[in-house]
Write a protein that binds this ligand. Structure first.
Ligand SMILES: *Cc1c(COP(=O)(O)O)cnc(C)c1O
Length: 455
């Protein structure tokens, strides 16, 4: 039976005990993947008519399944973009789950939506957007970029229709040649053309390059996207120059800051983001560099009404909501039912204060600069680019992909670190992405040293 009973009350304690154990790890074991056949054999049959009972299911999770998942908050998890949620944010995620809050509408989730909006307003203010800015927390940056671009195209299309002009045969948007893969996906989903403008020799998209791409594109360009911190390198495009081109041409300006826009919080790096205040929309992922758990992307619009017009779903059973005039988060992205996934960040920000966040981000950037100095001092290592935020990419002389792979596998197998090889212009490299305040210089140096081990 699905109702609460003696067994489930006992299970409650077991689950809380396990959650407590996870939280108390310092650090959690790094762990690593296993093959499907290994998992099939060890986990056995878990889905059956009778059920296993919670205690046994929990044991299979804690003993077999959990160790086959990497702890992305391990301080030496340095691949892709790690995640380093504060304990406050993790704890509050438990509360969100325990509370069954519907975060799609004001009618159902007013208190939660209010708190999420406080966070969105705070970040909009950090970015210099007007008070009227607002948006929604969506699942991730991929969905955030798509939703912003859909709003942009809808707005461009409405403007043409209102002025009696013809729609272009193909819609297009411009972004950097080094922009995130999600933009290409968005273009495919929207059936629009993606125009990748060249970057300069240091990896930045510039105003001049965007102007050139725009001139070559012909009509139908509905958005220009700047990347505020590329995923591969943490390079921040020349946002102010690009904003100016977009404004002069009355084209929607979107800033993809999924990873890097959190860098605006550090007084030392705030200047890199000048121009973001001119954005029509922006995204930043709290699960990347705002110390919140998976999965959350803050999607913010200068003029949320334009997004509402693009995204509101109309259905008979939804009419009381759509006609209420309330602020319904679902109306601002490609989504309907939603968990109030901004709440863990709200709670953590309310708990720690913004200054602690500025400090955390600043510390990561300083650490990236420190390890870059060490890399520069070693004759066999070479930085691929100067780090701007908290991503450091380097090569080792004479290493092939096979050497990087062997080294990476060794680090994971002994639970030391998770550093997968990356590549640039066809050449393999090693990459540290640092978003965890617990990552230490000493541990990074040990990882560099391990490149010189025999075998
Ligand atoms: C990670 C990333 C995305 C995609 O975000 P998800 O949350 O993984 O969907 C988009 N843009 C940039 C710049 C990113 O770093």
């Amino acid at each position: 039976m699905l109702e609460v009973n003696e067994d489930s009350i006992k299970l409650r304690e077991e689950v809380f005990a396990y959650a407590r154990k996870r939280l108390e790890y310092d650090p959690a074991p790094l762990d690593g993947p296993q093959s499907p056949s290994w998992l099939r054999e060890k986990a056995g049959i878990t889905i059956s008519e009778q059920g296993l009972g919670g205690s046994q299911a929990l044991e299979i999770f804690s003993e077999i399944l959990a160790p086959a998942t990497i702890s992305t908050d391990h301080p030496n998890y340095l691949s892709f973009i790690p995640s380093a949620p504060t304990e406050a944010s993790k704890l509050f995620d438990l509360i969100v789950s325990a509370s069954a809050i519907y975060g799609g509408s004001w009618m159902e989730g007013a208190g939660a939506v209010f708190a999420e909006n406080e966070v969105l307003s705070w970040f909009a203010q950090e970015a210099g957007l007007p008070k009227s800015a607002g948006g929604v927390f969506v699942q991730g940056g991929t969905l955030g970029n798509l939703s912003a671009l859909v709003a942009a195209r809808n707005s461009a299309s409405q403007r043409l229709v209102e002025s009696g002009k013809e729609l272009p045969s193909k819609w297009k948007f411009i972004c950097s040649a080094e922009a995130h893969s999600s933009l290409k996906s968005a273009a495919a989903v929207m059936d629009v053309e993606i125009i990748k403008a060249n970057v300069d020799e240091t990896g930045h998209l510039t105003g001049a390059s965007v102007s050139q791409a725009l001139a070559a594109a012909g009509d139908g360009v509905f958005a220009i996207v700047a990347t505020a911190g590329t995923t591969n390198f943490g390079i921040v495009d020349r946002i102010d120059e690009i904003a100016q081109v977009a404004n002069e041409n009355q084209i929607w300006f979107h800033v993809d800051g999924a990873y890097g826009l959190a860098g605006i919080l550090s007084p030392d790096s705030k200047h890199l983001f000048i121009g973001v205040e001119k954005a029509d929309s922006l995204i930043v992922d709290p699960h990347k560099w705002l110390f919140a758990p998976f999965d959350a992307c803050a999607l913010i619009y200068r003029n949320p009404e334009l997004a509402r017009q693009a995204h509101t779903q109309h259905g008979e059973y939804l009419e009381t909501l759509t006609e209420s005039g309330d602020w319904n988060p679902s109306d601002y992205a490609y989504n309907l039912t939603r968990r109030p996934r901004g709440l863990p960040l709200w709670f953590s920000l309310a708990t720690h204060g913004v200054a602690a966040y500025r400090e955390g981000v600043k510390k990561n950037i300083s650490l990236a600069k420190e390890i870059a100095d060490v890399i520069r001092s070693r004759p066999d290592l070479e930085l691929v680019r100067e780090p701007e935020l908290s991503v450091v990419v380097f090569t080792k002389a004479d290493w092939s992909l096979r050497d990087y792979d062997a080294w990476s596998n060794k680090l994971l197998a002994r639970g030391q670190a998770f550093v997968v090889p990356s590549s640039h212009k066809g050449k393999p490299n090693a990459r540290f992405a640092i978003v965890n305040p617990r990552t230490q210089l000493k541990a990074l140096i040990e990882i560099l040293d391990s490149m010189d081990e025999e075998g």
